[in-house]
Design a protein around this ligand. Structure first.
Ligand code: SF4
Length: 754
């Protein structure tokens, strides 16, 4: 790693530290509140998953038919008396908007991320027009001259007291408003006046209906309908991807949008405007009652109610994203912010770190790569750890981690091409990546090779790896933080142990089931005890177990964006397991992230039939145990031996990817059936996320993300339980006591094996 790269790491770590200190508390509180609200709101709607599926289908259809929908919309807007302009890029959009605004002094705006994207405020100011944000959060950001930190909560990073101070400074107030109600009333009074005085209103649009030219605008403040309806000229700005065919198509989106974003059943204001709005322009100088034409003679309304309407739809890279098989899914995004709220890293740092020029959170990787390019996406792409907690949160079922993985792969390859090592022939490393790939990524991505080598040379390798100079070199060269404990490689692997004991203790002709315990890299070479526990548990329940040497799943290279390598591993593992699956054997997986590979990501790598067969035959170990118990296996066959000495009280942190696969309930059910009292953590991700927490620039962030676990479990002496390797390491680091895999708590001792 070059000196410049090391400098970048230190700079990034310092920046993250600063933002966590300045903004972390407010972001954490607000995102976690919205995230909890989303979950509660979803639980109250029995057809929630159907709505997500319908919304997804509608988006797929709309993007597929986008050119036709644009033409249909063009006709609808023209028939209503408005103008539709498709802008190629930000400069084109701003040129058109400035012309449309004409000689107005002021443009009052409602919230629109698309106008942030094109930086219309700068363009207006350069043309001598004052832009005034009327969404409270956007106004705060405008006054503070900052960038939004969240898709729907632009000032989410600010505490109330800070906003009060800001108002006092900007407006020179001796007694600034203090409470939320006072702050809102202050803003309402100021902004109401600006809206009444303005000639041009600018809105965004959550959706644009092709058949009617209707704009659907969702707000909590009602400002969008005011700026649209009380001004002579309305300019609406939206991305081309916002078009839906019909008004009926709005239904699933409107059901999902607020629930996903804030947990509200519906936002306070859902406006369906079909501009130019037919109602007359109010004259705010006339007596108030005449605004509703109380005189019956037309007085109090503007004589000329001819309104202008301009709909500016922005391409700015979107049509190219539509042609890109990997980034296309980004265009389905309805910008609810749920992916950010459910993300452990985002909860700690917010959008000023986890975001690009405009967009924030997990989906920003796709938006910024498509709109601004890979350089901008590279600034924050690492912050998506692939934990997958955003996937069930997304109302349109976008595979956000996959988009970020693809973007990472593209960033890797571009950097590799520019590297000093690009001249080396490809194929020298044990992976399918170009020669110039970043060393840190290669070190982590090829962990399977490293682990095999560590096991063969253990315990020497362990002693060497922990020597001070080696740790310093590891930090300098590949970025592994020296504050982290390194994994200790076992001198006897799980496969070797299984061979030495003479294979399964349950003869095949006496067995109820025949199963492979998958010796994933970690279980085989590092945490061998949990693999042994899995073998003993299955045998106690009547399973003939096999532990053959098998290739790695490809999870570590995938986490580093080494997609070609991960795909190669998927094919290798499938080839090795196919004969077992054909023979009717089950595949039992101890490490949840490996099962997630097989059940989720392999769908992208294997032929559909192969994927179905392998995914259908594979189980997480506690899920498998649950199935055996449900089918009559006796629970009292488990945990004989040292049972009386066990702490029956457990503190269980479910693995993020296991949670996404809905696996935690099986673990809970089995542990409870075995007589344990289990307290479960709601924390989305432990913060370690595979190798993420090992990286020097992210170490402090990783610890911060795990802090809620300290709050959850710090004050108890419950036995810590985690099924993920990295979760266990993080719990140990945070609470200074080791965590156990759940299967170790139900496994009979080896001496009791039959
Ligand atoms: S990707 Fe999904 S969850 Fe994230 S903002 Fe877009 S719609 Fe919402």
């Amino acid at each position: 790693m070059s000196r410049a790269d090391r400098g970048d790491r230190a700079e990034r770590a310092a920046r993250i530290r600063n933002v966590m200190r300045e903004e972390g508390d407010a972001v954490a509180r607000n995102t976690r509140e919205h995230n909890a609200g989303r979950k509660a709101a979803a639980e109250n709607v029995p057809e929630y998953e159907d709505l997500r599926t319908r919304a997804r289908e509608l988006k797929e259809h709309a993007i597929e038919n986008l050119p036709e929908l644009i033409e249909e919309l063009r006709e609808s807007v023209a028939a209503n008396g408005g103008h539709l302009y498709i802008a190629d890029d930000a400069a084109d959009a701003n040129r058109y908007i400035v012309e449309a605004v004409g000689d107005a002094d002021t443009v009052v705006k409602s919230k629109s991320m698309t106008t942030e994207e094109i930086e219309v405020n700068d363009a207006l100011a350069a043309a001598g027009v004052e832009p005034v944000e009327t969404d409270l959060g956007e106004w705060v950001i405008q006054l503070a001259d900052e960038a939004p930190s969240h898709l729907i909560g632009p000032a989410m990073h600010k505490e109330r007291a800070e906003i009060a101070e800001l108002f006092a400074d900007v407006f020179d107030l001796a007694e600034p408003p203090e409470t939320a109600a006072e702050l809102t009333a202050f803003a309402r009074e100021k902004l109401g006046k600006r809206i009444r005085e303005a000639d041009v209103g600018m809105t965004g649009a959550n959706f644009v209906v092709a058949e009617s030219g209707t704009l659907a605008i969702v707000t909590n403040e009602g400002n969008a309908r005011k700026v649209a309806a009380t001004t002579d000229t309305h300019v609406a700005v939206a991305g081309v991807e916002k078009i839906v065919p019909t008004v009926e198509d709005l239904q699933p989106f409107l059901e999902l949008l607020s629930r996903s974003g804030t947990g509200q059943e519906l936002s306070a204001y859902t406006s369906l405007l079909t501009p130019p709005v037919a109602s007359p322009v109010p004259d705010f100088d006339a007596p108030a009652e005449s605004l509703v034409d109380g005189n019956g003679d037309g007085s109090g309304v503007a004589a000329d109610s001819d309104r202008e309407f301009h709909l500016v739809l922005i391409d700015n890279g979107r049509l190219a994203m539509r042609e890109d098989d990997e980034l296309r899914e980004t265009l389905y995004c309805v910008r609810c912010g749920a992916c950010a709220n459910s993300c452990g890293n985002f909860q700690s740092v917010g959008g000023h770190v986890f975001g690009g020029e405009t967009y924030t959170g997990g989906i920003a990787g796709g938006w910024e790569a498509g709109i601004e390019g890979l350089d901008v996406a590279a600034e924050f792409n690492d912050l998506c750890t692939g934990c997958s907690r955003c996937v069930p949160a997304c109302p349109v079922q976008i595979d956000i981690p996959w988009i970020n993985t693809v973007v990472r792969d593209r960033i890797n390859r571009r950097k590799a091409d520019a590297s000093d090592f690009a001249f080396l022939p490809d194929g020298l490393a044990p992976d399918a990546e170009p020669a110039g790939l970043d060393l840190g990524k290669r070190f982590v991505g090829d962990f399977a090779t490293l682990a095999e080598w560590g096991h063969r040379t253990a315990p020497l390798a362990n002693r060497l790896a922990n020597a001070g100079p080696v740790r310093a070199a590891l930090e300098r060269v590949v970025g592994i933080d020296r504050r982290r404990d390194l994994p200790e490689f076992a001198s006897e692997s799980l496969v070797e142990w299984f061979d030495r004991r003479g294979g399964s203790r349950v003869p095949i002709d006496e067995a109820d089931r025949d199963a492979i315990v998958y010796p994933d890299t970690y279980t085989n070479y590092v945490d061998v005890e949990r693999g042994k526990a899995a073998v003993r548990t299955l045998e106690a329940l009547g399973v003939h177990v096999r532990v053959p040497p098998l290739p790695p799943s490809g999870r570590p290279p995938l986490s580093q964006g080494m997609v070609a390598t991960a795909e190669e591993r998927a094919h290798d593992l499938y080839a090795a397991l196919a004969e077992h699956v054909d023979a009717g054997r089950d595949v039992v997986v101890v490490e949840p992230s490996d099962l997630a590979m097989i059940r989720s990501e392999y769908e992208r790598f294997l032929e559909p039939d192969s994927f179905e067969r392998l995914a259908g035959a594979s189980y997480e170990v506690l899920e498998y145990v649950y199935g055996l118990l449900e089918n009559g296996a006796p629970i009292d066959a488990l945990t004989p031996g040292d049972d009386s000495t066990r702490n029956r009280e457990l503190a269980y942190h479910p693995h993020c990817q296991a949670r996404t696969l809905d696996l935690e309930e099986y673990t809970l059910a089995v542990l409870e059936r075995a007589g344990y009292d289990v307290r479960t953590s709601d924390t989305e991700c432990c913060g370690m996320a595979g190798s993420f927490g090992y990286k020097a620039e992210y170490y402090e962030l990783s610890i911060d993300v795990g802090e809620p676990l300290v709050e959850d479990f710090g004050g108890t002496d419950r036995t810590l339980v985690a099924s993920g390797t990295s979760c266990g390491e993080q719990l140990d680091a945070l609470l200074d006591r080791p965590a156990r895999h759940p299967v170790e708590l139900i496994a009979p001792p080896e001496s009791a094996s039959r």
